[in-house]
Design a protein around this ligand. Structure first.
Ligand code: PGA
Length: 257
């Protein structure tokens, strides 16, 4: 974290979990325990159908609600899809774009990621853009090249003021949902590479201000160590964001004085 220059963001990615009833139970349990979390922004990215209710449930808190996906067109014959404007209107602030599960199961590419980022920005949303290498790619020693390619494609055509609204999440595929976390050094190394790419493209001031999260089995135990790294500005958290005590501990780790 570097609180002087950029926001720390702890974002839960609920994926395809929690019914409306379960969402309400989570809100009722966490709200009295949230405290001020003055050093970090807290976001919950929930399934589409539960977004309006989640926005209402967290209205009197500083927790922002996010979506887990968005389409890149602004209307039309795209059965089952949702536009950025629709999300904005129901109170969404952040949207996850290019999560590895969407890339793997739903054919998302670096080019659709780029289009989705532009659509999200045009609607006034903050994209949380996911990048990350597979175990095979890491072992081949092409992590830096791959990240460079993904980040450049994703951010292509953006200007500096747009870039300031983007959050990047470094999520090594081999760490997602596996319980196998990157070491703090590994996480920081790639987050630093990402900041370098942004610096090259948008300048030092923008690079310094961009929030770069780590994601992949971040939990109550390892969060403090990961967040202590200078270039790790938060977390995108799956499994541990489904449990109130675990998520609260991660938030607390981001708020340590
Ligand atoms: P995980 O998921 O924390 O369960 O590994 C992270 C993510 O996929 O964003």
């Amino acid at each position: 974290m570097n609180r002087k220059y950029r926001k720390t963001i702890i974002a839960g990615n609920w994926k395809m979990n929690k019914t409306l009833t379960e969402t309400k139970a989570f809100a009722d349990e966490i709200k009295p325990q949230l405290g001020k979390h003055k050093w970090c922004e807290v976001v919950l990215c929930v399934p589409f159908v539960n977004i309006p209710a989640a926005v209402r449930m967290f209205k009197d808190t500083r927790v922002a609600i996010g979506a887990e996906n968005v389409h890149f067109e602004d209307h039309g014959a795209f059965t089952g899809e949702v536009t950025a404007e629709m999300l904005k209107e129901v109170g969404v602030k952040y949207v996850i774009i290019g999560h590895s599960e969407r890339r793997e199961y739903y054919g998302e590419t670096d080019f659709t990621v780029n289009k989705k980022i532009k659509a999200a920005l045009a609607a006034g949303l903050h994209p949380i853009v996911c990048v990350g290498e597979s175990l095979e790619q890491r072992e081949l020693g092409v992590t830096a090249e791959l990240i460079n390619y993904q980040v450049k494609c994703a951010l292509s055509g953006l200007d500096a003021s747009q870039m300031r609204k983007v959050v990047i999440a470094y999520e090594p595929l081999w760490a997602i949902g596996t319980g196998k976390t990157a070491t703090a050094e590994q996480a920081n190394e790639v987050c630093e590479i990402i900041r370098g790419i942004i610096r090259h493209q948008f300048g030092a001031r923008v690079a310094r201000a961009v929030t770069i999260q780590y994601g992949g089995s971040m939990n109550a135990k390892n969060a403090a160590e990961l967040l202590a790294q200078p270039d790790v500005d938060g977390g995108l958290i799956g499994g541990a964001a489904l449990k109130v005590p675990d998520f609260l501990q991660i938030i607390a780790a981001a708020n340590q004085e």
